[in-house]
Design a protein around this ligand. Sequence first.
Ligand code: SIN
Length: 311
Amino acid sequence: MIDISTKIAGVKLDGCVFNASGVRDETLLDLENLAKSKSCAVLMKSCTLAPRKGNPAPRCVNLKYGSINSMGLPNLGYRAYIKFSKILEEKYQKPLIASICGLSPKDNIIMFKAFNDTPVDLIEFNPGSPNTIGKPIVGYDFEEMDRLLDSVSKVTKKPFGVKLPPYFDLTHFEQMANIIKKYPVKFVTCVNSIGNGLAINPQTEKVLIKPKGGLGGIAGGYIKYTALANVRMFYQLLADKIQVIGVGGVYSGIDAFEMILAGASAVQIGTAFLQKGPGIFARVQNQLSNFMKKKGYQNLADFRGKLNTLD
Ligand code: SIN
């Protein structure tokens, strides 16, 4: 029997694939659909203090190999997700993960404190989406990340991880890893979308999405190799003491296998879930199990992180 279960910060997951925050996870109905699917955890939409409508539409468009979005954090406000977590815990036996994306340091502290007394198992801190108009991508401001991690670490009682933007420079991987190691961060999620891409329709000679003159986060197949590099670098730099969750361009069991081989302890699916629906979770995990069987692997520990380089 192939075992693809995993643990994140000590929380047992029946499989190793679950939803990425931001796709079909905003309403209670969305979250119940995830709870009923084969996603092995329910990760809620990144929340802010007050509800937000997000950016004007069109704000998310499928592309040939992925998607571009500038959602602008539409969400129902953190109080709704606290309420939903209680409902979900009563009805379903599935690990629950909150995602916090405060628009100010003070907002983050308020929300981290508020989630202390909820049934959520884990918190994924999303310190800065690429799409919030007027806000920088906080993950690229190393001093601010240091301050934010310091302040939320002091107030949270829940195990928490950090969702990171993609890094491209070797010194940036090291700088961010050194900051993360200072705090009780249990996992990093690599990667958020590649910020501020531009998709164009050559027929209409127009951009595809409305916010920010057409600029938006690029996700899906286009970012798989960047995501793999980030998973690998953080797996090595954090010495497997802080876990890595891989996200970006996972459509198949082989994609998930590659993430785990690079060092991921679990894998999230965003764009493929948007495009293919909730059946993607069972499909990817079945394909992963079949591929492991062919290779003679019994569980994730047999190959996780064991990527070879060319001598
Ligand atoms: C959004 O709502 O704009 C996406 C959130 C994110 O990229 O973190």
